[in-house]
Design a protein around this ligand. Sequence first.
Ligand code: NAD
Ligand code: ZN
Length: 666
Amino acid sequence: MDIASKIQQLREELHQHNYNYYVLDQPEISDYEFDIKLKELQELEAQHPELYDSNSPTQRVGGQVTKNFPTVIHDFRMYSLSNSYSKDDLLDWESRLKKQIEQPISFVCELKYDGASISLTYQNGQLFRAVTRGDGTQGDEVTANIKTIKNVPLKLKGTDIPERFDIRGEIVLPYEGFAKLNAERIEQGEDPFANPRNTASGSLKLQDSAEVAKRPLQCLLYNLTGTKLPVTTQFESLQKARDWGFDVPNEAKLVHSIDEVIEFINYWDEARHNLAYETDGVVIKVNNLDQQDELGYTAKSPRWAMAYKFKAEQVSTVLNTITYQVGRTGAITPVANLTPVQLAGTTVKRASLHNADQIEKLDVRVNDHVFVEKGGEIIPKIVGVDFTKRYQDSKPTQYISTCPECHTELVRQEGEALHFCPNTKTCPPQVIGRIQHFISRKAMDIEGIGGETVALLVNADLIKNYADLYILQKEDVLPLDRMAEKSAENLIKGIEASKQVPFERVLFALGIRYVGETVAKTLAKHYQSISALMQATQEELTQVDEIGERIAQSVVTFFKDNDNQLLVARLQKHGLQMQISETEKAKQSDRLKGLKIVISGVFEKFSRKELKDLIETNGAKNTSSISKSTDYLVAGDKMGPSKLKKAEGLGVKIISESDFLELVQE
Ligand SMILES: NC(=O)c1ccc[n+]([C@@H]2O[C@H](COP(=O)([O-])OP(=O)(O)OC[C@H]3O[C@@H](n4cnc5c(N)ncnc54)[C@H](O)[C@@H]3O)[C@@H](O)[C@H]2O)c1
Ligand SMILES: [Zn+2]
């Protein structure tokens, strides 16, 4: 695989994991694995600056807004944190800081609370709104839900309170409340929640605040943000926030060297098990706020702060059986079924074994005692075997050779880690999975129909593929389990409404391998219609920006298939959007063709997202850091001073929001 495709693949994978994690609150890999992939991508991108993309998961805060709440633009952007894993990493960081800061640097060490980020805005001493981090620029307004949390002050006390400011914190679910909540759920016959972090994050997105009120959430605060704050250091600001009535944990410590930082880390690596809530590390921050200002931000995180992640926790248990799951794309995942064991506050019964190579490498066998680890407290994984406890008659694991669902012989392509069931047409989980993907939120977003309904429809032989959805009648679905008159109507209405979904999402919904959301957008923009795309050769496709061999080949293969051609023709006949709309077309121009434009700061007329769209629909590239090849820097309010300096130094043209508009409208 060439580097460009590898990078593209990692980006797509990470986008999907971000989505699972932040939007669905259902990660499929551990944080540890996520961090490794992200690091791999970072390194590849650093070696290949020509493949830079401002949309890369290395350049953006992972979350996004949902459409279930009003979207609010943050007064001040919310960032992620850079990660470190060792003392050396921290020393490297310190020496980077010292290059920019001449005076001595003190640090505040804080615990890293593991929950969901929140930004509270206070105006005239009262809670004005609460917004999730979202994509960092804008988030979901969840004020009603946050108001149910008992330790969030609605009205502040004390003096020096700025007229308007933000305070950032983390919504967590303490262990005790989590255990109680789960006990209740089990009693009521519901599935218990997997872990406190995802439950906290999921709770914020509930539509019914009364439901949120039942969850014993807490809000822990750690950062004041605003223009006229009555403080000069981070440590002082924590105390101020306490004075005003916020719950700011007392563990934070002011230190003056990296050695002291390490001391703090070592202490809390042990002591954290006695805390009431989950922590996944320590956050180290430059104490002096002027120094913070001077250091500024990268596209994704402050340069003045660093997270240190604790090592994962490990336990040992018995592996009872190995089962194999078939995914939407036919990928086979081996799963270890374990004797239940407590790990980092949750009961673990299953662990991922990844693939055949992994099983062979670790030599994992049924009845082995295995070591299980939770990277970031999600699906745990098996990291080793306790060979001292292996049974004498134990035999090496034989990987399956046929699909557990449809008995087709499995295949494994050169260079692929996973086995696949090649029977894409009739292997049940693949059939169901493809339709589930088709209806999913980012694809056709069909309301009134969920993943389970799809399975019911397929199992009842009512549909065999996604085009069949469009011939469903209310009478067909009424006999289904738990399908009332009203829900049947909603289902049909939802399907009808999906005919208005724009072309790029239809393209994504088709489920062409390697054509994720971003690639679908790129292809839609370039080819403008399905017929043009279907005629494109592999060679032409690779000429398109960001489309590599692997994607090109997959697209060509997909459309060469007779059944797929028929599906597309049927969708077209049912009136789905198979080309970009006239309004979309009208918005596009070449006026900024070939230019590289950086935007920075806060703008008056447009959100950053809108500006970015304007840049891209007019043929230019939006990049996040300034370099020699940058053509314009669109400077907004509150732009970082270092960016400005850099632009001036490199002779990049600095223009205002209105200059930019003139440029577009010329
Ligand atoms: N498993 C997956 O599929 C998956 C997907 C995406 C992200 N993740 C995980 O999520 C994490 C990345 O998420 P992220 O971008 O939110 O970064 P992060 O959680 O590592 O760090 C940033 C966040 O830390 C929080 N925080 C807690 N205590 C803090 C304190 N005292 N001071 C400042 N901030 C504090 C803030 O909410 C801040 O937004 C990684 O651990 C990653 O592994 C996992
Ligand atoms: Zn199969």
